[in-house]
Structures are given as structure tokens and as C-alpha cells.
Design a protein. Structure first.
Length: 435
């Protein structure tokens, strides 16, 4: 803003009231140098009449006047124009009544006759400064009110923007999660479709690894990671020759056993581009390490992730059960006895004890019930991964059913002529998922 555009300062009005004309002339001369709008009135009635027509910032009245005394005039001014600064001129004889008026709050200041011009000007300036401060305070209050209103509007707009951005982020995260689940499903299906790799074996390893992780009271996210690592723990086999893994491990010659164990490096190479699966990749890469550090890479125990130690136990338990380790299928109790021989050498003793002391291996910790596709309803939550008869993953655990997936499963059942056994979480679990 240029100097020419600046607002001119307010010219304040001062009203002087006295019934003696010579006093009014003397006041006019005394205040000539002040940059004010000076009004003169010869009585109280005239003063009130002037104040009705225009604002008066300071009023100075003689105490003794006919009809309306200065005290009575200023009392009316205090009532009708409380923001006006009120001064009374008084003689020595009226000092007592003047002090009383001051104490009652009707008058701000008083001056004794004869007055000193400099003192008079000083009192007027005091009154005008008080008026200016009140006006500035009112201006600031108005400005603050406007700013608060604007701030509320900005906050409301910001809140709307935040809510919009939050929805967008949630949508993006859901999209990323869906892509991640799709990737996980594809990786397992690639393994399971290989005729020389048993998809059911991977499913059982995954479920047992998750169960041990739950018994170890790990975080939900860690359990999920370990469960998926168990599901694709044999992904590196895809890089081997068939003769490297079709025979039981114990019957392979030394070099073929080394080739078989090299699947972990091949798994790391396969999963390298998927940075979101870095923890899964590390578990799979180190799953054959021995707890005492005598394994493939001679790692010490503290460097082997807990997930790798859990998957190793779940994997070898099912390798013993199915005969893939020794060539002879074992009963669960015999498999546990065999694994106990390697406690704190090949396997982490504390983790192994969780398996050895569990009598319900293979059962689900989730309260669920098996349904057919025709019994499904929207909002139900899948409690376990759903596979077809060839162990191809169709839907991942945690999927919330909608009408589209229900119709697809019903069509699938009709085509294969065999119903699914779909495990559904208990009702309140579905509510937790939605939250």
C-alpha cells in the first residue's frame, strides 16, 4: 500500500460544556493547537443534543451549571455513551461532590479551576489515548473473530482434504495388499502345479509353522510371514533337476544332497525382485541352517531368523511323516522322537519343545465350520487357504466373501462335481476383519 493510499487517521471529537461564554472562548484558544474536532455547548441540554447527532470521544463539563449540573450531565453520558471519556471542571467548593461522582464511576477525571492549559491538554490526550486503545481492542477482537472464523473454515476444508486423502491411501493400500495376495497365490500355484512337488505337503508345512508361531506368541504380522514362508519353502526346487529331489533326502548321494540344499540360493534369486517378500526370502534361504551353527552356511544360532528355525521344524516333521526325508513314512509320535535326537543341534530346542508338547498338531486355532459354496453368505471370512483338488490355491485365508466370489465357487463346484470344504471364521471374527 502506498503512502497516498493509507487511511487518514481518525479525527477525534472533544465536547466542552460551560454556561459562561468567556470560558468557552478561553477553551477554544487553549485547544487551538490540538488536532481535534472541538465542539462547544453552553449547557447540558445542548451537549446532549450534540451527542445525539455525532459521536463524542471526550466530554469536559463545568460542575456548576443551571438546569443540569455537570455531575448530572456526565451521569447521563455515562449511561447513554459509556465509551466517552468524561472530565469535570470544578471549583474548590465542589471538590467533595466531585470526588463522590468520581468514586461512583460516573467521571474519569476532574480538573480544578482555574485550570492549567498544559494539564488540560494532557487530560484530553489521556482520554483520547484511552479511546484509541478501546477502538484498537475492538478492532483486534473483530479481526480475531474473523481469523477464527477463517481458521474454522480452513480446518473444515483441511479435515475434508485429510479424509479424502485418507480414503485414497486406504484404497491404494488395499490395492497393494490385493496385488501382494495375488503374487503370493501365483507363487504357490507355480510350485503346486509341478507334478513332482506335492502341494499338500506345502500346505501342511505352512499350517504347522503358523501353529508353532502362534504357540510362541509371536505378532500377527510375523505369524503371517512365517506361514507364507512355509507355504513356498520349496520354491527353490523349481531351479533343480528332477533327480535332485524326487528321491528321499537320506538316499541321495553326497553331491545330490548338496544340489538339493542349493535350492535355498535359487529361492533367494527367485524372490530377489520382490522386496516386500524380503523377510520371507530370508526365512527360506536359511531354513536348512543348523541351530548349533553346523549347517550349510555355518551360521551361528543368533543369525538364523526365528522364522527359519520354525519352518525347519515344521518342514522336517512333515518330511518324516511323508517319508520324504528317510524313505519311510512315520507316525507322528515316531517323527517327534526322531526330531528330539537333534534338539539344540539341528533344531532350536525351545521351538522344538512347542512341537513335542503339542497333542493337536494340524488342528486350526480358529473356531470355524466347513461349508459348501451354496452355504456361503456375503461378509463371511475364509479361515484357511482354499485349494482345489490339485492343491492349487484358489482363495487366500482372510478373504471376505462377496457375491462375485460366492458365484464363482458355486460354478466351480458344479463343474468339478464335488463340493468344497470351506472353513469359515466365527461370526465376530468377520466383524473384526471389517474394522
Amino acid at each position: 500500500m502506498t503512502a497516498n493510499n493509507k487511511e487518514k487517521p481518525t479525527k477525534y471529537t472533544v465536547l466542552f460544556v460551560d454556561d459562561e461564554p468567556n470560558i468557552l472562548r478561553a477553551i477554544k484558544r487553549a485547544l487551538f493547537t490540538m488536532d481535534i474536532n472541538l465542539l462547544l455547548a453552553d449547557g447540558g441540554s445542548k451537549a446532549l443534543e450534540l451527542m445525539e447527532k455525532q459521536p463524542v470521544h471526550v466530554i469536559i463539563s463545568d460542575m456548576k451549571m443551571p438546569q443540569i449540573s455537570g455531575a448530572e450531565l456526565l451521569e447521563q453520558v455515562a449511561k447513554n455513551y459509556p465509551e466517552t471519556f468524561r472530565v469535570v471542571l470544578t471549583g474548590y467548593a465542589d471538590i467533595e461532590s466531585t470526588i463522590k461522582a468520581v468514586n461512583q464511576g460516573k467521571i474519569h477525571r476532574y480538573l480544578q479551576k482555574p485550570w492549567d492549559n498544559q494539564e488540560l491538554i494532557s487530560v484530553i490526550n489521556e482520554g483520547l489515548e484511552r479511546v484509541r486503545l478501546k477502538e484498537e481492542n475492538a478492532r483486534l477482537l473483530t479481526l480475531t473473530g474473523l481469523q477464527n472464523k477463517k481458521l474454522k473454515e480452513v480446518n473444515a476444508t483441511l479435515e475434508t482434504v485429510v479424509q479424502k486423502r485418507t480414503r485414497q491411501i486406504r484404497i491404494a493400500l488395499n490395492r497393494v495388499e490385493k496385488y501382494s495376495l495375488a503374487l503370493e497365490q501365483v507363487l504357490f500355484n507355480v510350485i503346486s502345479i509341478n507334478p513332482h512337488i506335492d502341494g499338500q505337503f506345502a500346505i501342511e508345512v505352512s499350517r504347522l509353522a503358523a501353529k508353532i508361531a502362534r504357540m510362541a506368541q509371536l505378532e500377527t504380522s510375523d505369524i503371517k510371514t512365517i506361514k507364507y514362508a512355509g507355504l513356498i519353502c520349496e520354491i527353490g526346487i523349481l531351479g533343480l533337476r528332477t533327480q535332485d529331489y524326487v528321491e528321499p533326502f537320506a538316499k541321495l548321494k553326497y553331491q545330490l544332497q548338496k544340489d538339493y540344499l542349493s535350492q535355498t540360493q535359487k529361492a533367494a534369486m527367485i524372490l530377489e525382485p520382490a522386496q516386500d517378500l524380503k523377510q520371507v526370502s530370508e526365512i527360506i534361504e536359511l531354513q536348512f541352517e543348523h541351530f548349533d551353527g553346523s549347517g550349510q552356511y555355518k551360521k551361528v544360532a543368533k543369525e538364523i531368523p526365528l522364522g527359519a528355525r520354525i519352518v525347519a521344524i515344521a518342514r522336517d516333521y512333515w518330511r518324516l511323516i511323508t517319508g520324504r526325508l528317510t524313505g519311510v513314512e512315520m507316525r507322528p509320535e515316531d517323527a517327534k522322537i526322531e526330531m528330539k535326537k537333534h534338539r539344540n543341534t539341528r533344531y532350536d530346542g525351545e521351538v522344538l519343545d512347542l512341537l513335542l508338547n503339542a497333542d493337536d498338531i494340524g488342528s486350526s486355532p480358529i473356531l470355524n465350520t466347513a461349508l459348501q459354496a451354496s452355504q456361503l453368505e456375503e461378509g463371511m471370512v475364509l479361515a484357511q487357504n482354499l485349494y482345489n483338488e490339485n492343491h492349487i490355491l484358489i482363495l487366500p485365508e482372510g478373504h471376505v466373501f462377496n457375491q462375485v466370489t460366492i458365484d464363482k465357487l458355486r460354478l466351480f463346484e458344479r463343474k468339478q462335481g464335488k463340493p468344497f470344504a470351506i472353513e469359515i471364521e466365527q461370526e465376530n471374527a468377520a466383524e473384526e476383519k471389517s474394522e
